[in-house]
Ligand binder design. Structure first.
Ligand SMILES: *Cc1c(COP(=O)(O)O)cnc(C)c1O
Length: 357
């Protein structure tokens, strides 16, 4: 399928690298593609970034049939632009589509479109280490209809946003609150799907955590409120007795690409890396007997986010004296070195974006 390109007549000013925040500035162009029953996915196009004008009855506004992805483009020291495991994002995007009754798309076309969009927007990829161009592919239900069913029309779009370094003043460990009153997802539900509603459902507990002075919520399983699932919108890792432990994928946990990268690197390094159920009681016991040395989250935005403190009911533990542990630091360095092209990546983790001058 040919991707039609319409260039913007008026280009926006670019912010300085050191002024960049997260998700506030968007580039000049976006990718769009539509779906209808008659035509399937059609009319892939790159066009000026701009509003989507649509009917107030549009289904996505009412029933939340929406999925998204999050990945980044990085600029290497030599000025090249590269993506970190983008095929995994589009694979997961199609799994999310299937789970939300959204018609699957051609992953190769999506990756080609993304690279073409990035080539056009190459000057928007910031240069300072730690900064990147955040990529947000999204699909939304577009039927103007209030009945409850899967939509018959969809919009697939990709927008780009230059983002600042997550850790401007170095790594700082976060404080997390284990909620006993809320759950993020349940088995049989859509916890494993990157869908808008999961985020809407997590806001209330997140606000409560902020009010209590914590950065994030640590989510327990939705059935027994006993087993650790995720932290905020990141996967979670524990280092106990020198072993790396992360909750196994059980249907309510999102299958993070950073999580998978951590597990693969750990195994390459000969570290014990175990995916299993881990209860919050086990975490507190391991702290009590001195075997819990590190806790950290993993996700595209922060890569690795060390946890310094966990509050569970009346109990509170401090991990590694609230400093960054060597394991978290090692994964952070290894992954970011790969992303910025400082070290060779395993297998096919890096996709270069060809740009012509
Ligand atoms: C996106 C996401 C993650 C992290 O996935 P990455 O692919 O590593 O960015 C973890 N948990 C939730 C709920 C998510 O939505």
């Amino acid at each position: 399928m040919q991707i039609r390109v319409t260039k913007s007549k008026q280009l926006k000013p670019h912010p300085q690298d050191n002024e960049l925040a997260f998700g506030t500035v968007f580039t000049d162009h976006m990718f769009n593609m539509d779906y209808s029953l008659e035509k399937g996915w059609h009319n892939p196009r790159i066009e000026p970034y701009g509003p989507i004008q649509t009917d107030p009855s549009t289904m996505v506004f009412h029933y939340g049939q929406a999925i998204f992805e999050g990945l980044k483009a990085f600029r290497t020291k030599t000025g090249e632009i590269q993506l970190f495991r983008p095929k995994e994002n589009f694979k997961r995007f199609n799994r999310s589509a299937k789970a939300m009754c959204i018609p699957e798309f051609d992953e190769a076309l999506a990756l080609t479109a993304l690279k073409q969009l990035l080539a056009l927007e190459k000057d928007w990829v910031p240069k300072t280490i730690g900064t990147s161009l955040y990529i947000r592919p999204t699909i939304i239900a577009m039927d103007p209809f209030l009945g409850v069913r899967a939509s018959h029309t969809y919009r697939f779009f990709i927008i780009l946003s230059p983002v600042g370094a997550y850790y401007k003043e170095g790594f700082n460990p976060v404080k997390i609150w284990v909620t006993k009153d809320h759950v993020r997802a349940v088995r049989g539900g859509v916890g494993h799907v990157k869908t808008a509603g999961n985020y809407a459902a997590s806001l209330y507990a997140g606000e409560e955590a902020h009010r209590k002075g914590f950065t994030q919520v640590l989510w327990l399983d939705g059935v027994e409120l006993k087993y650790v699932e995720e932290v905020g919108s990141m996967n979670i890792f524990f280092v106990i007795n020198g072993e790396l432990i992360t909750p196994m994928l059980n249907g309510s946990i999102l299958s993070g690409i950073t999580r998978d990268s951590v597990l693969q690197l750990a195994r390459q390094w000969g570290m014990q890396a175990i995916e299993r159920r881990i209860s919050i009681d086990e975490v507190f016991e391991a702290h009590a007997n001195g075997t819990l040395t590190e806790v950290f989250g993993s996700g595209t935005a922060a890569v690795i986010s060390p946890v310094g403190l966990i509050q569970y009911g009346e109990k509170r533990i401090e991990i590694g004296n609230n400093t960054v542990g060597p394991v978290a630091q090692k994964f952070f360095n290894a992954i970011t070195d790969i992303q910025y092209g400082k070290t060779q990546a395993p297998q096919d983790w890096i996709e270069k974006v060809p740009v012509s001058e």
